[in-house]
Design a protein around this ligand. Structure first.
Ligand SMILES: Nc1ncnc2c1ncn2[C@@H]1O[C@H](COP(=O)(O)OP(=O)(O)OP(=O)(O)O)[C@@H](O)[C@H]1O
Ligand SMILES: [Mg+2]
Length: 221
């Protein structure tokens, strides 16, 4: 198994004295290498919270997350950031590109973390794969939303991560562009035999994944 989640809980403390919000309650899941899984669930059900934990960007209140048999909780900050960069690609609804970096610099950033000598060539190739070979020196403000998301896809895939996490990657795009972007994600995942966890509200899109999970009441139903 590439991903194993055991008895995961996540609470958020809000105002001192009031009850914490329990978002994830005893959630369990597993994913095999090369599998694609969709996560569905109402707004506020905890989909983004779960992805944030799986990405190692926040810690669970309790429970275990094993990625490639590694418990991310056991790593120190430096080890964790390397582990993340090497194993996890993330695509968000809001793109999250660095505004002061060009498309090429955004995509080569994760490789630079390992002082990868071929970072420029790899980043160029990744941008060509998403059809942006001619826009590499442009900054995010010079690109459309769909183009920014293609840069984000290239950035997420350039390290050939063990798992690709996508949180509503088409949520901020018009329906035609969104369809184009989701086609691109599924094609690249297929081509590179990647493991994909795809959060979406869209039932039709969810059916393009091999398996669908529905989050409700803090766990999968
Ligand atoms: N940092 C935080 N502090 C307090 N509450 C939080 C925090 N982050 C998320 N929550 C709460 O956790 C719950 C789940 O939020 P989350 O963003 O995971 O939902 P979601 O399923 O991704 O929703 P959407 O479909 O709208 O994106 C919500 O009630 C939210 O208010
Ligand atoms: Mg969300």
């Amino acid at each position: 198994m590439i991903l194993e989640v055991k008895n995961l809980y996540k609470n958020f403390e809000t105002v001192a004295g009031s009850e914490p919000i329990e978002v994830l309650k005893d959630l369990n899941m597993g994913m095999e290498v090369g599998e694609s899984v969709a996560i569905l669930g109402q707004s506020g059900s905890g989909k983004s919270t779960l992805l944030t934990l799986l990405a190692g960007l926040d810690s669970p209140s309790s429970g275990e997350i094993l990625l490639n048999e590694q418990d991310m909780q056991q790593l120190n900050e430096e080890e964790l950031s390397k582990f993340r960069a090497q194993n996890i690609g993330i695509i968000f609804q809001q793109f999250h590109l660095m505004s002061h970096l060009t498309a090429l610099e955004n995509v080569s950033l994760p490789l630079d973390l390992f002082k990868d000598k071929a970072s420029i060539e790899k980043a160029q190739e990744a941008l060509e794969q998403v059809g942006l070979g001619h826009r590499m020196d442009h900054f995010p403000y010079q690109l459309s939303g769909g183009e920014c998301q293609r840069v984000a896809i290239a950035r997420a895939m350039v390290v050939r991560p063990s798992i690709l996490l996508a949180d509503e990657p088409t949520g901020n795009l018009d329906s035609a562009t969104g369809e184009h972007i989701s086609d691109m994600i599924f094609e690249l995942v297929e081509k590179h035999k990647m493991t994909l966890l795809f959060v979406t509200h869209n039932e039709k899109l969810a059916l393009r994944c091999g398996r669908q999970l529905r989050l409700q009441g803090g766990k999968f139903i």
